[in-house]
Design a protein around this ligand. Structure first.
Ligand SMILES: Cc1ncc(COP(=O)(O)O)c(C=O)c1O
Length: 396
């Protein structure tokens, strides 16, 4: 069983078996990923690309093999369109800094959605852009007509989440891309919550950038990806300066390396890259479609069972949703709900989920969020619902 491959899931918390429902924050790691990192540091540790010795050559080959695996995973045209970063946040900051320096002048506009994570808001503000948010309805569905009306001569980029981390909405990224391109505006997709739950085909979507974190798809923390279409990466200046991103350096002038190395200054996190490769193999073996349909079953079952609970309100009821449920019970503070669930071994997230504008939209301070991964079970949903029935009276 896939679940058996995650050693941490055997943990007990306050004497209860761990029920881990905080997967949108980070997923747990299967043994193959832990082994891959261990194997690297036990047998291969060396700095890559610039060494002639055996260890460096082997580590370089595996590091670059991971790039090819990512290319295949997201169906990119070229493997040099895959840039390694520390995660989604760094990937978006890379684009905001580099694209921003080239194309965004003070007062230019970037269209985001109203349901973005702060890491797809703040980098654009730092780049000097004025943000134009796409509104969404009470269910958590973006208003595409309003989106089309936001474009003007100062619009430089659209930056939208594939899946909302707070509402679970799966946004129509192909349609959004078509609309953006019909205005000759490039589009960045924040795939942090998409990559582990959906088949991602960047060519089919047609997007210009797609960013994600390894740690939300069973890989280690500290590794992520910025995919950029070759034609657009070619015209962007480097992000950070340092080793590996250069061709020639003198005190007068520096010339830069080719793609993707131009955007990868300094020593990369090779052990984590190899962990990412193991996670991709693990997900491919499990089958992304099977993962998605299992999570959909969990979502439907949990939605139905949670609605049995008195005064429970779900935020985010879009027809196309990933395995994320945000809710409140009566006037209970989400933090209190989360703390009581924790005492029963159930890990959920509480608060604004780094999406304060979403909370403002509903006029609430935060929510309790449960989010699923491939190893969660229907029994765990029952455990959650039973626990909520038990704690609900304590919250009144
Ligand atoms: C939609 C979304 N974007 C971006 C991020 C930031 O990811 P990271 O912290 O891994 O860089 C997250 C993390 O929760 C997210 O859910």
């Amino acid at each position: 069983m896939l679940r058996d491959q995650f050693p941490i899931l055997n943990t007990t918390v306050y004497g209860h078996p761990l029920v881990y429902l905080d997967n949108a924050a980070t997923t747990q790691k299967p043994q193959v990923v832990i082994d891959a990192i261990n194997h690297y540091y036990t047998t291969l540790n060396s700095n890559i690309h610039r060494g002639v010795h055996h260890l460096a050559a082997e580590a370089t080959e595996l590091h670059e093999e991971t790039r090819r695996k990512v290319q295949e995973l997201i169906h990119a045209r070229h493997n040099h369109e895959i840039v390694f970063t520390r995660g989604t946040t760094e990937a978006i900051n890379l684009v905001a800094s580099s694209f921003g320096r080239q194309f965004i002048k003070e007062g230019d506009e970037v269209i985001v959605s109203g349901m973005e994570h702060h890491s797809n808001i703040v980098p654009w503000q730092l780049a000097g852009a004025r943000l134009r948010p796409i509104p969404f309805n009470d269910e958590g569905v973006l208003d595409l007509e309003a989106f089309a009306a936001l474009f003007n001569e100062r619009t430089r980029l659209v930056a939208v989440a594939h899946v909302s981390n707070s509402l679970g909405t799966i946004n129509p990224v192909e349609q959004l891309t078509k609309i953006a391109h019909s205005h000759n505006v490039p589009i960045l997709i924040d795939g942090a919550q998409g990559i582990a739950h959906l088949t991602v085909d960047v060519q089919k979507i047609g997007c210009d950038f797609y960013c994600f974190s390894g740690h939300k798809m069973y890989a280690p923390m500290g590794i992520g990806v910025m995919y950029g279409r070759e034609e657009i990466l070619d015209v962007l200046p480097p992000y950070q300066g340092g080793g590996e991103m250069i061709k020639d350096v003198t005190f007068e002038r520096t010339t830069y390396n080719e793609l993707p190395f131009r955007f990868e200054a300094g020593t990369p996190s090779v052990g984590d890259t190899l962990g990412l490769a193991a996670a991709i193999d693990f997900m491919s073996a499990a089958g992304i479609e099977k993962i998605a349909s299992h999570e959909e079953e969990l979502l439907n079952y949990a939605t139905q069972r949670l609605s049995e609970i008195d005064q429970l309100r779900i935020f985010g009821t879009a027809p196309h949703k990933a395995g994320v449920i945000s809710f409140l019970i009566g006037n209970a503070h989400p933090y209190d709900v989360g703390t009581l669930l924790d005492k029963l071994g159930i890990a959920v997230r509480t608060g604004h989920h780094c999406a304060q504008p979403v909370m403002d939209r509903y006029g609430i301070p935060g929510t309790v969020r449960v989010s699923f991964a491939l190893y969660n079970t229907l029994q765990e949903v029952d455990t959650l619902v039973n626990a909520l029935h038990r704690i609900a009276p304590m919250l009144q």
